[in-house]
Design a protein around this ligand. Sequence first.
Ligand code: NAP
Ligand code: HSE
Length: 439
Amino acid sequence: MGQNEVKVGLLGLGTVGTGVVQLLNEHVQKIEHQVGGAVRVTKALVADKTKDRGDIDLNDLELTESAAEVINDTEIDVVIELIGGVEEARQLISDALANKKQVVTANKDLIAMYGAELLEKAAENSCDLFYEASVAGGIPIIRSLTEGLSADQITKMMGIVNGTTNYILTKMNDEGRSYDDVLQEAKDLGFAESDPTADVEGLDAARKMAILATLGFSMNVDLEDVDVRGITTISAEDMDYSEQLGYTIKLIGLAERDTETGKVDVSVQPALLPADHQLAAVKNEYNAVYVYGEAVGETMFYGPGAGSLPTATAVVSDLITVVKNNNLGVSGRSMVPPQFEKSLKSDEDIRSKYFLRMHVKDETGVFDEITSLFSKHDISFEKILQVPLAKNGAGKAEVVMITHETSRTSYEVIYEKLKSMESIHELESSYRVEGGTSE
Ligand code: NAP
Ligand code: HSE
């Protein structure tokens, strides 16, 4: 990498790739000042060279459909991987590192699954591998954990880390719009993954939480360790009742570490938050992450979680760090391996409050039968509602309750017993309740 011009090869020129080119064009002087020389994208891998790239000024950037032309170009110093997916991206990054190229990626799928392997390979080749854009788009959360909060012991991270689902839930809740209509809009705006199933089923958020937990708790947390549930079963009724009870439903990523045992628990699920909780006010594609440290207490990071330029900001900031490290002769030396062996909490140790909505027989004694089952298992209620069912519900009533905190084990035992009760027609929905009470 010369002092005067750094040459960059892009793998992918879609939503984020075009944002990177645009940012490098628009902030050229600022970037040159940071790194002490010019930074130029010389080649970009695309799937289809004939595709219209819109208004973006590509300068003399060469498009290619051959990854080898980028990876094996001896002139290219830094490779930025933005094609997404796992196996092909893994191979390309591995080859780029073997060719002694510095690497930046926004690929959380890949980092959540093969981050440790690729970081090791980068260090072996004295190369940097940075991935700030892989979690929470434009929010510098990874650098905050690995640098800003590196002196502290992190005990909990809780946040909204998927822009697409937050966009969908916001528009459904605030504007009464349909799920399908808003999902299409999130795709058109470039927030959703190429296969949005990963967004709506919670997998994208789970990958991000695995990355945050690995860094925050200094422990290799794998994707399989994250308990995942997406937003596809949330109904308008769930949203309405949540609101009546003083809550809002959000897709929440949660990572907690027990300070005594060091055991951790990582999950992603739709959860009710008090309507006045700060995360409840995070709307549209915005993300926010609370990080609690033993010494610092509570910190909160907020910003756009998806989109072309916000994500490109994180990618280009990584690029700047890569070039600075190279100039200082410290490439490949910033990776710190995990300090602790992985240790996960059992279901008995995972505690939460729960929201439960069910259709029951509208008969005397049913309500008592249900509440006494909860009492028998030592679970009490924070709130409870019973209303006759208006539509197609002759003889049925709807019961909606929020429990006090209990273990996941006790809640699952109760849930199974409720399912087999004759007086209950249907258990309609059940969610965790996080972030304190609604009053
Ligand atoms: P995208 O819009 O779908 O762009 C993908 C680009 O890669 C396109 O230019 C495509 O070429 C090219 N490409 C895909 N597969 C290829 C292949 N096999 N060979 C050659 N070229 C290939 O995706 P994106 O939204 O920019 O996302 C890129 C990465 O950033 C993903 O890992 C994503 O998870 C991550 N990310 C995205 C966001 C966001 O807001 N979008 C935010 C944070 C992180 P064509 O243009 O010719 O089709
Ligand atoms: N699909 C992702 C989201 C992109 O909606 O959050 C940002 O990682």
